[in-house]
Design a protein around this ligand. Structure first.
Ligand SMILES: Cc1ncc(COP(=O)(O)O)c(C=O)c1O
Length: 333
């Protein structure tokens, strides 16, 4: 709480309403997004704020069938009972079937974990023509790698838990938009629902953002090197990385992404092969998150994602790339 004598207008009033450390981190996030940003205690809190501040009973939402699964569970468990229906569509097929009748069209590209892409500009144009608001989850890319608002999306949501925080020690999220009404609604939702970020977490993310550009650059460059080598490795049965010329998403990635990201999807022969690889590699941390300075990996089928049992999502960190490759090669061998 703050010292608040007399007329409260114009002062910090109460910690659920405002906080100077939120202001500081929102200023940097807003600078990165070139749009006002509202801070939240996690990526899901940012996504929830968007849903619950904009949707009402009778609305229809389109969600990716292959994106981060918790967004779909949230819709099933908490939007549906309020009378908000939703449909699922594969990210590569997002333009198929049009957007008539949707209040909100939610894209996630590259989708986590399969790394398929959709054309944000084309989706935004068609969705706007149908009267829908377009929300882009930009967690896998950050504003350094892809700029959905410049491509026509109305709202960006992101888990700053990942590369922006960058040190695997904080959860955080934000909503960014150039629409003042969206920002005002997100702020109201935060204040009234009480889903507020802690000041210490805001400070950690502020500190992380100071180095995001150099970390992201290093991680993306290393991922390009490692993806090329993994593609040639006999133990790798399939690989997805938008930066590879033969990846089905490559042409679109070149057109709409500034970098190819730091996530690589690799498929090994089996669950045992995938788990053995993760456990044996001295420079891979087994973890269900990504975007940290340390390389991490996870066998995604353990959460029920529609991927092969041997599919591993590899998040390339900031280690020296040759040492990292040696450790990966040794673990695969
Ligand atoms: C694409 C995507 N969006 C949102 C989230 C949710 O972020 P948080 O765990 O900070 O709530 C995640 C988390 O993995 C994610 O991968």
């Amino acid at each position: 709480m703050y010292n608040l004598p007399g007329d409260p207008a114009g002062f910090a009033q109460y910690g659920r309403f405002n906080n100077p450390t939120w202001d500081a981190v929102e200023e940097i996030l807003g600078h990165l997004e070139a749009a006002p940003a509202v801070a939240f205690p996690s990526g899901m809190a940012a996504i929830s704020a968007t849903f619950f501040s904009l949707l009402k009973g009778g609305d229809r939402v389109l969600l990716p069938s292959d994106g981060y699964y918790t967004t779909r569970v949230l819709a099933e468990r908490f939007l549906k009972p309020l009378g908000v229906s939703f449909d699922l569509r594969a990210t590569t097929a997002y333009l198929d079937g049009g957007f008539d009748g949707y209040r909100l069209v939610f894209v996630e590209t590259p989708a986590n974990p399969g790394l398929d892409l959709c054309d944000i500009a084309a989706v935004a144009a068609a969705a706007h023509a149908a009267g829908a608001t377009v929300v882009a989850d930009n967690t896998t890319m950050t504003a350094y790698g892809q700029r959905p608002l410049d491509l026509g999306a109305d709202i960006v949501v992101a888990a700053d838990t990942k590369a922006p925080g960058g040190h695997s020690d904080v959860l955080f999220g934000h909503v960014a938009s150039r629409d003042d009404a969206v920002i005002a609604a997100a702020r109201d939702w935060r204040k009234l629902s009480g889903a507020i970020p802690g000041p210490f977490e805001a400070w950690l993310v502020h500190r992380g953002l100071e180095t995001l550009e150099v970390r992201f650059d290093r991680m993306c460059s290393s991922a390009e090197t490692i993806a090329r080598r993994l593609r040639e490795h006999p133990k790798i049965e399939a690989i997805r990385f938008p930066g590879l010329e033969d990846d089905p998403s490559h042409a679109l990635a070149l057109a709409q992404m500034d970098r190819f990201g730091f996530l690589i999807g690799v498929t090994l022969a089996s669950q045992e092969a995938a788990e053995g690889f993760i456990d044996r590699c001295a420079l891979i941390q087994p973890a269900t998150s990504f975007g940290g300075v340390h390389t991490s990996a996870e066998r995604r089928a353990r959460w029920g994602d529609a991927v092969a049992p041997g599919f591993v999502r590899l998040s390339v960190g900031c280690e020296p790339v040759e040492e990292l490759w040696s450790a990966i090669e040794q673990a695969l061998g």
